[in-house]
Design a protein around this ligand. Structure first.
Ligand code: IPM
Ligand code: MG
Length: 364
């Protein structure tokens, strides 16, 4: 099979970690008889440096014409990078929001689970982490506060800023359907998170999610207020399977969910539209403080590449092979710096990529 992939290496540690994901993909493709066709394009800070804009038409076109987009992290240090002296619409993050919107990537899947061998890194109390957890945040990605009208004005000498939170029922329905479909393949539970005790948009969210749930009698639905959800994530994360929520709540809760795994360098993500096209990137940021040192953890990006094979190409065997290779390498005691503990064997970013690539078994 020919895999047409647009590659956005990104900023900070982005290029290092994407290179390792590509190494693992090349190895996997070779062993299973697939051909990779890679087209590199720029986004975020790298695009600002080259073209003065965080997102160009060329990047959008190449991504649209591809089957999938593999991306490293984008952005820089907001205190020191010159990118953050630019107008907001010219900063790296505007490029990220722009590509999400241009490709219609409304469904953002962010899995968070506890690796048994890394359980010591979990910041939760032992009696909580001992139960383990395996949840997936399904975050709406192209609506809500992120894309509502906004303005900053001065009225009667007083500065005032406005952001608008809007959802229509179609935007809610399509993401809810995704959540129920995925829950069906997992533990068959959806926790829909909102702020229905205050917000109209949340009351509509709840009503539409209830309507969709009627088509999925085999999936348990519960509603939870977002403040309670933030609390439950640290109190009893094992209760969750699929957590369905709007854009801003999902942004916040997914950082919390990744933190409690103790290993944010391990978490992948997928952003999908209503075709097979998806954008796959690590859940973590661009870590400019360690860029270029060959010490970043490439596993989140490698696992994002596995997600890409699974969701955009239906190559489940190949995706399983990569995920198993990661697990085996961890079980054998290999660690990057961020997840290192005493007695383990420390690897560089490229060393970890090579080690995982070396553990891909191939089909037979
Ligand atoms: C994320 C990031 C982005 C977001 C930023 C960089 C705009 O935090 O993907 O979670 O808020 O969506
Ligand atoms: Mg975020």
């Amino acid at each position: 099979m020919k895999l047409n992939i647009a590659v956005i290496k990104g900023d900070g540690i982005g290029p290092e970690i994407v290179n390792e994901a590509l190494r693992v993909l090349q190895k996997t493709a070779g062993l299973y008889g697939h051909e990779l066709s890679l087209k590199e394009v720029l986004l975020g800070g790298a695009s600002i440096d080259a073209f003065g804009r965080p997102l160009t038409d060329e990047t959008i076109e190449v991504c649209r014409a591809s089957d999938a987009v593999l991306m490293g992290s984008i952005g820089g240090d907001t205190n020191t990078s010159p990118w953050y002296k630019l107008e907001p619409h010219l900063r790296p993050e505007a490029g990220l929001l722009g590509i999400r919107k241009a490709l219609g990537l409304f469904a953002n899947l962010r899995p968070a689970y506890l690796y048994e061998v890394l359980a010591d890194a979990c910041p939760l109390k032992k009696e909580i982490s001992a139960k383990g957890f395996d949840l997936l945040i399904m975050r709406e990605l192209t609506g809500g506060l992120y894309f509502g009208e906004r303005k900053t004005v001065t009225e009667n000498g007083i500065r005032k800023a406005v952001d608008t939170l809007t959802y229509d029922e179609n935007e809610i329905r399509r993401i809810a359907i995704r959540a129920f479909e995925i829950a069906r393949k997992r533990k068959k539970k959806v926790t829909s998170v909102d702020k229905a005790n205050v917000l109209d948009s949340s009351r509509l969210w709840r009503a539409v999610v209830n309507e969709v749930s009627a088509d999925y009698p085999d999936v348990v639905l519960e509603h939870m207020l977002v403040d309670n959800c933030a609390m439950q994530l640290v109190k009893d994360p094992a209760q969750f399977d699929v957590v369905l929520t709007e854009n801003m709540f999902g942004d916040i809760l997914s950082d919390e969910a990744s933190m409690i795994t103790g290993s944010i360098g391990m978490l992948s993500s997928a952003s999908l539209n209503d075709t097979k096209l998806g954008l796959y990137e690590p859940s973590h940021g661009s870590a400019p403080d360690i860029a270029g040192k060959n010490i970043a953890n490439p596993i989140a990006t490698i696992l994002s590449a596995a997600m890409m094979l699974r969701y955009s190409f239906d190559l489940d065997r190949e995706a399983d092979d990569i995920e198993n290779a990661v697990r085996t390498v961890l079980n054998e005691g290999f660690r990057t710096k961020d997840i290192y503990s005493e007695g383990m064997k420390e690897l560089s970013c490229s060393g970890m990529g090579e080690m995982i690539a070396g553990h891909i078994k191939g089909g037979s």
